[in-house]
Design a protein around this ligand. Structure first.
Ligand code: HCA
Ligand code: CU
Length: 460
């Protein structure tokens, strides 16, 4: 059975410029527990007193997940892990020639002794122990087996096969994990795959097929450099493609959005699973297919994540998508009218970035000469924000820009400091978005102005 260790709180906090507060860490840990990951790596207590404190608080939450402390091979570090109440300590010590020579200045034999000693020390404190040969994938394989078996003999029950530089491919992963399984004493094997070539999840899946037990993830794929596999992508890929059913998918979107908000680290719209465009369809051919049967262009139903598909209307749009959108408003048009409406949209779409339902309804009014007494479901609004006086306005802007549905952000003069232009599907979504904006650190108050009509200017 697959296991997941989520390390958003350790590897994720190693993302450049990312630091979580204690309360944020607790919220993240609870959400991860609601997803049902088997292990939460909650920090290395030697990094700072705050990291240690967070670890301690998380260990005391009584979560279902095992709480893991990361640690270098040092007695003081292992003592701190114990003092924090962690269930397990993950001791890492590099084993590749380049790391031993250039970084640690140790011979292989010295490394072996250090690893043995520290694993045994942790075990004697009553901690469960994982040993991570850092840079394992560049370690001479015979030495890797020796070192791991020494750690297992000293009391570790888990080895993390760390692809620290993300250099593996699915087929090399298959070979190495199979060989590890053969050469190691009985143990659990974790996969810690970095994403330097964009292969982290593929490598993890190959490794699991080859006999490993556990995949390391972070929310939104955060981590050093290009990070490690994204939690949501990992869970959905294993769920849909490998039949792994044990995780709760419901909190995944919330977790991703929460992490974006508190980290200021934003995902791309084309990110699989959680990205804004993951279930959006645009060209006439695609939308036509989707409207007839969503299975034509969707690998799975977005509802499993609580998401909805979206049909984007612009110059690529065909008749069926426009007819469907008008139908949503109870507006019926003749085939001839539809033809003209679509051609107008195509012309408009040449000069505009995004069409709102209000634009489409207005075109339909012009073409048919009939007044359409409907209110567009989607709403545009300007949210004016006042920032706290001690806050750097640009940092608030940066966070706002990452929120879904915020299309433009301006720093402005006057009573307010910032104006954000937002576009949402309905009033409930607007309300939620305003609430979300109010939780952005540094936002003192907001005032929202809903757009009633929108006009393009000459220079648009
Ligand atoms: C690092 C260490 C590590 C450890 C992985 C693990 C890596 O920050 O360099 O303990 O499983 O990538 O090797 O994250
Ligand atoms: Cu790592």
């Amino acid at each position: 059975m697959l296991e997941i260790l989520d390390t958003t709180l350790r590897e994720g906090e190693q993302t450049p410029y990312v630091n979580f507060t204690l309360e944020e860490k607790i919220t993240i840990a609870k959400l991860l527990d609601a997803v049902g990951v088997e292990m939460i790596e909650a920090g290395d207590p030697s990094v700072s007193p705050n990291v240690a404190k967070a670890l301690q608080r998380i260990a005391a939450l009584g979560l279902k997940a095992e709480v893991v402390a990361h640690s270098i091979a040092s007695r003081a570090g292992i003592d701190r892990a114990k003092a924090c109440g962690a269930d397990r300590v993950a001791i890492f010590y590099a084993t590749s020639k380049i790391h031993l020579d250039a970084k640690l200045h140790k011979t292989e034999e010295q490394a072996l002794d250090i690893i043995r000693e520290h694993v045994a020390y942790a075990r004697n404190l009553g901690l469960k122990v994982r040993y991570t040969p850092e840079d394992a994938t560049r370690t001479e394989f015979g030495f890797l087996l020796r070192v791991c078996n020494a750690a297992l003999e000293a009391g570790a029950d888990r080895i993390s096969f760390a692809d620290t530089l993300g250099i593996m491919q699915p087929h090399t992963m298959t070979e190495k994990v199979s060989a590890l399984r053969k050469g190691l004493r009985p143990c659990r094997i974790d996969l810690h795959c970095h994403d330097d070539y964009g292969l982290a999840l593929a490598n993890s899946m190959a490794g699991i097929r080859a006999g490993a037990d556990c995949v390391h993830t972070t929310v939104n794929g955060m981590g050093e450099r290009t990070g490690i596999p994204d939690l949501a992508e990992t869970i959905v890929a294993f769920h849909n493609l490998e039949g792994v059913q044990q995780y709760n998918l419901a909190p995944l979107m919330e977790l991703s959005a929460y992490l974006e908000r508190v980290s200021g680290f934003f995902i791309a719209p084309n990110k699989p699973i959680t990205g804004q465009n993951a279930f959006s369809h645009k060209s006439g051919v695609h939308t036509n297919g989707i409207l007839k049967d969503p299975r034509t262009y969707e690998p799975f139903d977005p509802a499993i994540l609580g998401r909805e598909r979206k049909i984007v209307i612009d110059k690529y749009t065909g008749k069926s998508a426009v007819a469907a959108r008008l139908e949503e408003y109870g507006v019926e048009v003749s085939p001839a009218e539809l033809e003209v409406i679509v051609s107008r949209i195509k012309n408009l779409g040449d000069s505009r970035k995004q069409l709102f339902d209000a634009d489409i309804l207005e075109i339909a009014e012009h073409v048919t000469g009939r007044e359409m007494d409907v209110i567009p479901h989607d709403i545009s609004a300007m949210v004016m924000l006042e920032a706290e006086s001690h806050v750097y306005t640009t940092s608030v802007v940066r966070r706002l820009r990452g929120l879904h549905n915020v299309s433009q952000v301006y720093e402005i003069t006057g009573d307010y400091d910032i104006s954000a232009f937002v576009n949402v599907e309905n009033v409930v979504a607007l309300n939620n978005l305003i609430e979300e904006i109010r939780t952005v650190p540094g936002v003192k108050r907001t005032e929202t102005r809903m757009v009633l009509k929108k006009y393009g200017g000459a220079r648009e």
